[in-house]
Ligand binder design. Structure first.
Ligand code: JFH
Length: 273
């Protein structure tokens, strides 16, 4: 897979030379190229920012350097490029939320281009213009504000690259994850390794008991309880038909009961009289 990143802070992407992603690059599985936006300015101060029309605090990135930089990237396609060109990813707090599904979709592409904004983002005409030439996706990591797109690129590249064949050694771990459907979209159960006792904390005895049925039941209970407590949004999507009576007993303890729509809903709160 070819990945081009346009940024004014190329040093931010240095972690992509480390560990599994770094090795994927040396092995030729990932061709990651970083381009300095300022190379596409023409004034003495290499200016990339300007004040917003309509007023307001903060600065925006000017469109002209972006046009030159992205045209240069698009003019140098990888050998395997599709007719429709790359997907252009523009990180921003107003983008669609990046999820594992997004990562799976992007891992099927031969070419990704990232445009990293700074200040309060990039003049909106840049995304509008390139949407007439390539597939543009504005992506957000979640509902908090970063200082620029570079950290989002680190996250997206790591999540996508580990899905590429040969990047993660243990093929079984990926298969297990993709069987997330098998886990009904619940959070994982907690996991333990040796020693059996550490700082007065014991590994739950059921896990060392050698009874595979009891281990599976305990893990399922833990996954259900954690999901109910930490991620009610995920639990609300669990089909009642995917649960057995033991699941429903655990969920009732956590305050979730089957609703008419085939989904779980929180037990109505008790109200004082
Ligand atoms: C980025 C930044 C916008 C103004 C909320 C209301 C007003 C600061 C480029 C992604 C996620 C980002 C992200 C990605 C790219 C850039 C900083 C943008 C505003 C903020 C202030 C510049 C931030 N998931 N969070 N943040 N910024 N907005």
């Amino acid at each position: 897979m070819r990945v081009d990143v346009v940024t004014i802070f190329g040093e931010y992407l240095q972690p992509l030379s480390l560990s599994l992603i770094g090795r994927a690059r040396s092995q030729g599985l990932l061709d990651l190229r970083v381009r300095d936006l300022r190379e596409h300015t023409h004034d003495r101060h290499r200016t990339v920012d300007d004040t917003p029309y309509g007023g307001g605090a903060g600065l925006l990135m000017k469109p002209e350097p972006w046009g030159e930089a992205l045209d240069a990237v698009l003019d140098d396609p990888p050998p395997g490029a599709r007719e429709e060109g790359p997907v252009l990813l523009v990180p921003g707090p107003a983008g669609e939320v990046f999820t594992q599904r997004t990562a799976v979709e992007l891992a099927a592409e031969p070419w990704l281009v990232f445009a990293c904004g700074r200040y309060e983002g990039i003049d909106a005409r840049v995304a509008e213009h390139y949407a007439t030439r390539v597939r543009v996706r504005e992506v957000s990591l979640g509902d908090y504000v970063l200082n620029g797109g570079e950290v989002a690129v680190l996250v997206v590249v790591e999540a996508v690259a580990r899905l590429l064949p040969g990047v993660v050694g243990n093929a079984a771990s990926l298969t297990e994850e993709s069987h997330a459907a098998e886990h009904d979209g619940l959070l994982e159960h907690p996991s333990y390794t040796k020693p059996a006792s550490w700082r007065g904390l014991d590994v739950p005895p059921v896990l060392a008991g050698g009874h595979h049925g009891q281990v599976a039941r305990w893990r399922r209970d833990q996954a259900l309880r954690r999901t109910a407590r930490r991620r009610p949004d995920l639990l609300a999507r669990l089909p009642v038909e995917r649960t057995d009576p033991a699941d429903r007993a655990v969920l009732a303890e956590e305050g979730w009961v089957p609703g008419d729509d085939g989904r779980f809903r929180p037990t109505p709160a008790a109200v004082a009289d």
